[in-house]
Design a protein around this ligand. Structure first.
Ligand code: F6P
Length: 542
């Protein structure tokens, strides 16, 4: 299907004109005009309820956004992804994280291979391994069972595993200790292992490429730490190291027996890999059965995304609202505010997923874009964020749309905590949307000189996502919702969300700078960097 440039699309132009007519409309006015609008601007799927009535949208906005989706062939592109076409054009790869959670017994033949069968082979091997570790029958080199599991990885090989472990701690084996090492800063490794006994420690080296500098540096340090701690015999590595990678050759070259390797495929992007073998730490923590529930939640959202009409489709609505806020209402940022302490690292996880995917300046065809692409995504769990950056969200000069997330039933039902937590969530969403006028502030008896200070402009668009309770299924569905929202945004913007060329140059330059820091080469860069290198070397006596 040949496409007109995005900004020439009929729906894009109609949305531009529509946004102008909406400029003076407030969320408050939208509710005044239709007090029951909550019923019209909500959708449900895979166990999640999305309320977007507090977005700055009308029925016409939605109609035009859905028209935009149709004009940009979102349905065709969605099918291309699910079918395994090589939509990652710059790397000539399929994008098939959805195949990682196909139910057992499924078949999906892509490029002549039944990828679903391969996926289930690996899941079965992971399951058998997890049962041994969890059953304490996988013994370390000295014959003691494993009690500590350290995942070494970075980016997609870390953020998903950390996020999922923290989110699902309540259903994990609490006798096992989980640590995550990502940063090349030696502190990360030292602090993660300082109280661990090597005889009871298993390292999972998670790296799609098995070449990433940070991960390989940490993996080598881990190997030295382990071998030194177990009397210097390198044979210990076989019982204490497992690799998760697509690169068997590099795994073997590192010294890990490929019998202890869990594979995945080049059609799994790093930031979409937590449902692949990269999720081994999650499976070790919660067990194969609950890991299967996580995958089932993802699959439920995949199916919902694939089949629901746009107006009932959570990922499509979410993604289209992101486009509306970014391109037509001018939002540069978006916050994600989980009102659940277990989702502590969910915003960090989303940052990579969304910003590494859609932080692009050229289309998939390599043409410069003439429209804004990804917003910055950030956030913290409520209520902590309320006592930190919410002041700016409420009264700052930049409007930052928000996603609120909560679960109706708490995992830890302690006193009245949960009612207070959710009261705060609903209060913040309402205040952001409706604010408080000068008249309302004055009517409270506020001294005249303080009235302006206390005015809350409101009109901050926000959505709320609600599920019944935090289970592996609910978490899986939530992750898949954001994965597909990211896809929707990327497709509307004509991007390839599945490459990340922007992170390569910094890696290469770092490789060239390292010898200048040690003294093996002389600084030969710009004067600013040369001066910083000189300072560093002086401090280190080089
Ligand atoms: O940051 C770049 C990146 O390639 C990410 O996309 C990826 O998740 C991360 O590095 C880690 O890569 P690997 O799993 O190959 O070590």
């Amino acid at each position: 299907m040949t496409m007109t440039p995005l900004t020439s699309a009929t729906a894009w132009q109609a949305l531009t004109a529509h946004a102008e007519t909406m400029a003076g409309t407030t969320i408050r006015a939208l509710f005044d005009a239709d007090p029951q609008r909550a019923g019209s601007f909500a959708a449900e799927g895979a166990g999640w309820y999305l309320d977007y009535a507090k977005q700055r949208v009308t029925a016409q906005t939605l109609e035009l956004l859905c028209q935009l989706a149709d004009e940009r062939d979102l349905a065709g592109r969605r099918e291309a992804m699910f079918a395994g076409q090589h939509i990652n054009v710059t790397e000539d790869r399929a994008v098939l994280h959805t195949a990682l959670r196909l139910p057992p017994g499924s078949s999906l033949v892509v490029d002549g291979v039944d990828v679903a069968a391969d996926v289930h082979d690996v899941i079965a091997r992971m399951g058998a391994f997890a049962e041994q570790v969890r059953g304490r029958t996988w013994l370390g080199f000295t014959g003691r069972p494993i009690r500590n599991i350290v995942n070494i990885g970075i980016g997609g090989s870390d953020l998903g595993p950390v996020m999922a472990y923290l989110a699902l701690r309540h259903v994990s084996d609490r006798e096992l200790v989980f640590r995550f090492v990502s940063n090349v800063d030696g502190t990360d490794f030292v602090e993660a292992t300082r109280d661990l006994d090597p005889a009871e420690t298993l390292f999972l080296v998670a790296s799609k490429t098995f070449t990433t500098q940070e991960t390989m540096t940490n993996a080598r340090t881990a190997r030295d730490w382990l071998v030194a701690g177990l009397g210097g015999d390198a044979a210990a590595v076989a019982r204490h190291f497992v690799a998760i990678s697509t690169n068997a050759e590099k795994v073997a070259a590192f010294g890990i027996d490929t019998a202890n390797m869990f594979g995945f495929w080049d059609w799994v992007g790093g930031r979409y890999s937590m449902s692949s073998a990269i999720g081994l730490s999650t499976m070790l923590a919660i067990g194969p059965q609950r890991f299967a529930e996580l995958l089932a939640g993802m699959h439920a959202m995949d199916t919902h995304f694939r089949t629901a009409p746009w107006r009932e489709n959570l990922p499509a609505l979410h993604g289209l609202l992101c486009v509306w806020n970014r391109n037509f209402l001018g939002a540069t940022d978006q916050v994600v505010l989980p009102y659940d302490q277990y989702l502590l690292r969910f915003p960090a996880y989303l940052q990579q997923m969304i910003m590494e995917s859609n932080g692009k300046r050229v289309t998939a065809a390599g043409e410069p874009v003439h429209w804004e692409t990804s917003a910055s995504f950030w956030g913290e769990p409520g209520t902590n964020g309320q006592h930190s950056f919410y002041q700016m969200l409420h009264q700052g000069t930049t409007i930052v749309p928000a996603d609120f997330i909560f679960f109706a039933r708490p995992v830890n039902d302690v006193g009245d905590h949960h009612d207070l937590l959710i009261a705060n969530c609903l209060a913040q969403a309402g205040v952001m949307a409706f604010g408080r006028t000068a008249e309302e502030v004055a009517a409270d008896g506020t001294p005249a000189d303080l009235v302006e200070h206390k005015v809350m402009p409101g009109n901050r668009p926000n959505s709320t996502l609600v599920a019944e309770t935090l289970t592996p299924f609910a978490l899986g569905a939530l992750v898949a919702l954001y994965e597909h929202s990211t896809f929707v945004q990327g497709m509307i913007w004509d991007l390839n969300p599945y490459d990340q060329w922007g992170v390569q140059l910094g890696k290469l330059v770092a490789d060239s700078i390292a010898p200048m820091l040690t003294g093996a080469a002389e600084p030969a860069l710009d004067s600013s960097t040369n001066a910083l290198i000189a300072r560093y070397r002086a401090a280190r006596g080089r």
